[in-house]
Design a protein around this ligand. Structure first.
Ligand SMILES: *Cc1c(COP(=O)(O)O)cnc(C)c1O
Length: 395
């Protein structure tokens, strides 16, 4: 294989040519500020409105409920910090899970340092949250529940509709980080009782640095940065118009034929999973066997280091991820893998392979050819494996 086999779609995707094509004029020809009253401004305002309509349609929301942001991270911050501070009079308790993305987790930790209480719900061995646990965690002073739709490391899809129904019944706001879910599972904010939802364009073949927060009409939200009155006075700063146009086109494409695309992804993913589990011993699949994103696979290989595995795969032209915080320069094992009960040493030997629309069966077969050899070679160098050969397997 002389080209790179990209299996890191949960980290980011390329921008589809149709998306880029719609963006390009907004850099050079149609550059007015959408807040300007002249004709240039009106033209960009129209483009902004269209992107908002497309985004709303993809979620079954109203265009006025869409706030464009600089990405998923900012949308999570705005949802969690913005609603918490705006609803402080009602209470100061927030419920979230132990496997959220750092954008949500760290927003909660920030609030904890500023007088809020946070309950971090546990997950089961598959990474699932029990809606009953959510219900039992709700107190008099609970103002927000923030649970992700699908996990970025292990792909587990949460029972969002059930959690939404509980939140609605109890009169508590419900936010979901759907960055991994948009374009992969159908989203209907009304049917799912979602009050706030985070999405990010670069996870569904749109550009980086742009995302959106859906905030249901009537949800009180404070600014997290201060300035002009853009986005109906909910997010200050001149709109990143080319990127927003790209988000609008990308979400339209990504939500059009989800089932057909998933069918193809699932077939490739299952070929990859069964191929790896049958050819590499002392290996486990992390995440739920069925309630998982169509493009997600995540494995733990005993006796080896995920980082060494990534480097070896890279040398063979395969772009993968350990799915852990290692990528951010720390050597701590992933908080998600620890939360599903993996011991540290096994969490360290993990590999996330996330598939996308352009992957082929031929690419999967190439991975199935080289990966077992790499694991074998790394294990032969591992003192742990030699001591404990044929020993325990953690499943
Ligand atoms: C990528 C990701 C984010 C962050 O989005 P950015 O646009 O990169 O800031 C947040 N949550 C989840 C689940 C993600 O996968």
């Amino acid at each position: 294989m002389d080209r790179i086999i990209y299996l890191d779609h949960a980290a980011t995707t390329y921008t589809k040519p149709e998306v880029l094509k719609e963006m390009l004029p907004y850099f050079t020809e149609i550059y007015g500020n959408p807040s300007s009253v002249h004709s240039y401004g009106r033209e960009t305002r129209k483009a902004l409105d269209l992107a908002r309509e497309r985004t709303a349609k993809a979620l079954n929301a109203d265009p006025a409920e869409i706030i464009f942001t600089s990405g998923g991270t900012e949308a999570d911050n705005l949802a969690i910090i913005g609603t918490a501070t705006a609803n402080k009079k009602k209470g100061n308790h927030i419920i979230t899970s132990s496997i959220e993305h750092p954008a949500a987790l760290h927003s909660c930790q920030y609030l904890e340092k500023n007088g809020f209480q946070v309950t971090y719900l546990p997950v089961d061995e598959y990474g699932l949250i029990d809606p009953q646990d959510v219900k039992e965690a709700i107190k008099e002073n609970t103002i927000l529940i923030s649970i992700m739709t699908a996990n970025n490391e292990i792909g587990t899809i949460q029972p969002v509709r059930e959690i939404g129904a509980i939140a609605k019944e109890k009169g508590v706001l419900f936010h979901t980080d759907a960055v991994q879910a948009v374009g992969s599972i159908p989203i209907d904010v009304k049917d799912m009782n979602i009050d706030l939802l985070t999405l990010s364009a670069h996870k569904f073949y749109g550009p980086k640095g742009v995302g959106a927060l859906y905030a249901r009409k009537g949800v009180r939200l404070n600014h997290i940065s201060h300035g002009g009155a853009q986005e109906r006075n909910r997010r200050a700063g001149t709109e990143n118009l080319p990127a927003i146009v790209g988000l609008g086109k990308a979400i339209e494409l990504a939500t059009q034929d989800i089932e057909a695309r998933n069918e193809k992804l699932r077939a490739l993913r299952d070929r990859l999973i069964s191929g790896i589990l049958s050819s590499v011993e002392y290996t486990r699949l992390n995440g739920h066997p069925t309630k998982r994103l169509a493009g997600n696979s995540n494995f733990s290989f005993e006796f080896i280091e995920g980082e060494a595995l990534l480097l070896s795969l890279d040398m063979k032209g395969i772009a993968a991820s350990s799915g852990s915080a290692c990528t951010s320069g720390t050597l701590d094992p992933s908080h998600v893998l620890l939360a599903i009960g993996l011991p540290h040493e096994i969490a360290h030997g993990s590999l996330r392979l996330t598939l996308g629309d352009e992957n082929t069966e031929e690419e999967i077969d190439y991975v199935l050819e080289v990966l077992p050899q790499i694991v074998q070679r790394l294990r032969e160098m591992s003192p742990l494996f030699n001591q404990d050969k044929g020993g325990k397997i953690y499943v």
